[in-house]
Write a protein that binds this ligand. Structure first.
Ligand code: FUB
Length: 439
């Protein structure tokens, strides 16, 4: 899986970089990202994550989170993401008199014609204001008086009132004044939440008259996502369940936002896909999320495949699979020292297979398939659609080519619309695949 950056337009701030198809998880493949807050602005999804960087001499603390700025990313389809660049750096915050490298989980909301970006730094919470969701954001001269801690999350209620939540050991909430820059009254600690185990990252939202407060909590050894509900923005809240279990990867933190876009709810969260050995360099992900009739949230099963639809004409990163055969399939990094280069998938032996869902062939007219493959044995690959034994798209002869090679083969079928793909190793050989693409 390779990354390509295309500089779109030299239109100045906000034009951004379009990154290559990230319908899959993780969403951003050219930098570490964490703590994603997703919002719908101007008909698109905007994601405001925090930005992990590796520590270096004079830049942050070794073996800890190091975060000096924020980027914002947008997408109209959850597949193509635009990086709008840095929207705020710690050096631009007037009240932050030291390089604290702790620009942790932020949030952004739209009210009164302005975008209000809330961010933690140096134990305080700041606000920066913009006319557009991608900035330029101007930080206020002073931090939010009366609030202090990390991970601000803002709830905009249907009557226009706003509430800011944050974490410092426990989760607190305060009403915001209409100017969004001052607290309107004393903060209150949210009661009835777990009292043992780290709790942080409040993300509040409302749906069908229910107020939801979601938060990461260490019930066992690492964080999982839990939630509580209320009939009032400031509580009392009642614990309601788990949204996401502890990460199989062992990533110590998780951090979330839930957003509805074009009739579908999504959970945005992070894991450590791009840094398996150091969980302070994280990578954001998104998966579909569903509610039950009674408003409870169904547990999300994290996927590599992610939520977006993939264009058949783009590079289909099948190592971000939907399913694989029980045996004989392995996923590994393409380059040991550069995880940003992505992954390959290895099919080892007869009838090993990988399934990749939701590939859009459009009106088709596609005539061939291009496989980026490497094999020291050679091998025969079959590509079917809809089912493992569904219609044959192509039978691809992979020669003995230990180095990566693009192999083009004529299609035997021309599907239209969206289909699931099945890529099957048809003989007793071993083949590595980087991506496939229809032409
Ligand atoms: O990203 C730094 C901190 O890790 C966040 O503020 C927490 O929510 C956790 O994700």
């Amino acid at each position: 899986m390779k990354i390509y950056k295309l500089y779109l337009l030299a239109l100045g701030f906000g034009a951004g970089f379009l990154t290559d198809t990230f319908a899959t998880n993780p969403l951003i493949m050219d930098q570490f990202t964490a703590d994603p807050t997703a919002r719908v602005f101007e008909g698109k999804i905007y994601v405001y994550p925090s930005h992990d960087i590796p520590a270096s001499p004079g830049r942050g603390r070794a073996n800890w989170f190091v975060m000096e700025d924020y980027h914002v990313f947008s997408s109209a389809n959850l597949t193509d993401w635009t990086d709008h660049g840095v929207i705020l750096n710690q050096t631009n915050v007037p009240w932050l008199n030291r390089a604290s490298f702790d620009m942790w989980a932020p949030d952004c909301v739209f009210k009164n014609g302005k975008y209000y970006f809330y961010f933690p730094a140096g134990g305080k919470i700041g606000v920066a204001v913009a006319d557009k969701p991608y900035g330029p954001f101007k930080p206020e001269e002073k931090p939010l008086a009366g609030a202090g801690g990390i991970d601000p999350g803002v709830l905009l209620d249907k009557d226009g009132s706003a509430y800011v939540f944050w974490a410092r050991g426990r989760i607190s909430v305060a009403k915001l004044k209409d100017n969004m820059l001052e607290l309107d009254g004393q903060p209150q600690v949210i009661t009835n939440l777990p009292t043992a185990g780290l709790i942080e990252g409040p993300f509040p939202f409302a749906r069908n008259g229910i107020y939801y407060l979601t938060y990461p909590h260490v019930q066992n050894k690492i964080e999982r996502l839990e939630y509580a509900t209320s009939t009032n923005p400031m509580g009392p809240y009642k614990q309601a369940g788990v949204i996401l279990d502890e990460a199989a990867s062992g990533c110590w933190t998780v951090h979330q936002s839930l957003v509805e876009y074009k009739g579908q709810w999504y959970l945005f969260y992070h894991d450590k896909d791009l840094s398996p050995n150091f969980d302070k360099n994280r990578a954001i992900r998104a998966d579909k999320l569903f509610f039950n009739e009674d408003g409870t949230i169904q547990k999300v099963i994290p996927t590599l495949r992610g939520a977006g639809i993939v264009d058949a004409k783009g590079k289909i990163q099948i190592d971000r699979y939907s399913a694989i055969s029980k045996e004989g399939v392995a996923v590994s990094f393409l380059e040991a020292t550069n995880t940003f280069a992505g992954w390959k998938i290895s099919l080892n032996g007869k009838n090993t297979w990988v399934q990749f869902d939701r590939v859009d062939f459009g009106k088709s007219g596609l005539k061939s398939v291009n496989l980026r493959a490497a094999s020291s044995t050679g091998g025969l690959i079959e590509i079917h659609f809809d089912k493992l034994d569904g219609p044959l798209l192509a039978r691809v002869e992979i020669g003995i080519n230990p180095e990566w090679l693009n192999i083009n083969t004529k299609l035997q079928n021309t599907p239209t619309g969206v289909h699931n793909l099945f890529v099957i190793q048809n003989d007793n050989n071993n083949v590595d695949l980087d991506w496939i693409r229809f032409e």
